[in-house]
Write a protein that binds this ligand. Structure first.
Ligand code: HEM
Length: 394
């Protein structure tokens, strides 16, 4: 069936610098336009209402990841062996290599190390009084404890942030940002391949499990490189963005900091509310395997690329009251910042553990948190986070 998209089209570009800096007004316009809108500039269908996003994520047979979840052919080819770009049953087998290590029970022994490191960090930062919430605070756990767990050689960690953000730019549409990210994408694949080939993953680590599965022929070498890339890219700046965004939100909402200080048991709720509002991974995409009737007369044709807006859905007023406000007591446990369905973030327990440990350690030591200079946003096609966050604590 041929479907006329013109009645449901918009020329809004979500990937300009202005929109990446403050995407939420455009998301609101698109959500209010209908259950799905065709973005003519990028040949993409936008889903940003909570109910529609959740439904699409639960229906992988219709909204498939097998033709890639990026917004261009280059990334969909480069990452075709990663867990995020395959459907069941291939997906089920690859994902198990993560879930075997990242379940709550499996992570339990690590929680003490994370708490300990977070306490030492908070102690040092509160003594300093002034620091950068990204470089000095949010980088610490992912770059140290987490990469120890993944088994990354220590000498190879300094470029991870650049590789991760360059690669996420390459997931976006074919714009300048994507072109500029290309050298980093190529380097990140070479870099992971080199670590794999030289056998430098720490024995017993998460990464080593993947290398062992390849060694016994359970998965191919390409699968193994793809899975290691998922750790190098997905575990890093997403978590950094979550922690720094949380402190940024607290600095702007001092009454929320005081609510949290009075009740440290709200740490998990504060983390949920942070990632709901400042969703660190804003989008991924799917491809439709059939015509989909979205209701209100909107039909998405088969073979269409659909932009799944986690960030848009998390601010949908149809689902959350006063969606743009930061209120930790609302504890939005059903947010979509970690996705949902078969591809729901496999590292979310670890990310939560890190975020909660840092928030709690800071709240038990700092009476106040304030901005201490201009905040610089890190613009990226897919992620939302900060480049620099000058903070003062007392
Ligand atoms: C706050 C931090 C994080 C956020 C916001 C986040 C967000 C997401 C989202 C939204 C997805 C679903 C993508 C989709 O449906 O297409 C996802 C998948 C994934 N995440 Fe995370 N993530 C975070 C941290 C981590 C960490 C720490 C790891 C690894 C230790 C990780 C590994 C993965 C992997 C491997 C997938 C693919 C799962 C699959 O396809 O089955 N993530 N993440």
């Amino acid at each position: 069936m041929s479907i006329d998209v013109s009645d449901h089209a918009s020329d809004i570009d979500l990937f300009t610098d202005e929109s990446l800096d403050d995407p939420f007004p455009s998301h609101r316009v698109l959500r209010d336009r209908g259950p799905a809108t065709y973005l003519s500039g990028h040949d993409l269908w936008y889903l940003g209402r909570y109910a529609e996003v959740r439904a699409a994520l639960s229906d992988w047979e219709t909204f498939s990841s097998a033709k890639g979840t990026g917004l261009n052919d280059v990334i969909n080819e480069a990452w075709s062996s990663t867990v995020i770009m395959v459907d069941p049953p291939v997906h089920t087998k690859l994902r198990k290599l993560f879930t075997d290590r990242l379940g709550r029970r499996q992570l339990k022994p690590i929680s003490e190390t994370i708490d300990q490191r977070a306490k030492q960090l908070a102690e040092k930062l509160v003594q300093q009084g002034e620091f950068d919430g990204v470089r000095d605070m949010a980088h610490d756990l992912p770059a140290n404890v987490i990469m120890d767990l993944v088994g990354w050689p220590e000498s190879e960690r300094s470029n991870l942030m650049e590789y991760a953000s360059g690669s996420f730019d390459c997931v976006g549409p074919e714009n300048q940002r994507m072109t500029d990210g290309m050298p980093k994408l190529a380097e990140s694949i070479e870099y992971v391949t080199d670590i794999y080939d030289s056998g430098r993953l720490t024995p017993g680590s998460f990464g080593y499990t993947i290398a062992e599965a390849a060694a016994i022929g359970e998965i191919t070498k390409d699968d193994a490189i793809g899975l290691l890339l998922s750790y190098a890219v997905a575990a890093f700046d997403t978590t950094i963005n979550a922690m720094s965004s949380g402190m940024w939100l607290f600095a702007q909402n001092p009454e929320q900091w005081q609510i949290f200080r009075r009740d440290p048991a709200l740490a998990a709720a504060a983390f949920n509310e942070t990632v709901r509002l400042e969703c660190p991974l804003q989008f991924f995409s799917r491809m439709t395997t059939r015509d989909v009737d979205m209701g209100d007369g909107v039909m998405i044709p088969a073979g269409a690329r659909v932009l799944i807006s986690f960030g848009g859905a998390n601010r949908d007023g149809r689902h959350y009251e006063d969606p743009d406000e930061f209120r930790i007591e609302r504890n939005p446990v059903d947010h979509l910042a970690f996705g949902s369905g078969v591809h729901a973030c496999v590292g979310q327990n670890l990310a939560r553990m890190e975020g909660i440990a840092v928030f709690r350690a800071m709240a038990s030591r700092a009476k106040t948190v304030e901005l201490n200079g201009p905040v610089v946003r890190a613009l990226n096609n897919m992620t939302r986070g900060l480049e620099s966050l000058p903070l003062r604590v007392s």
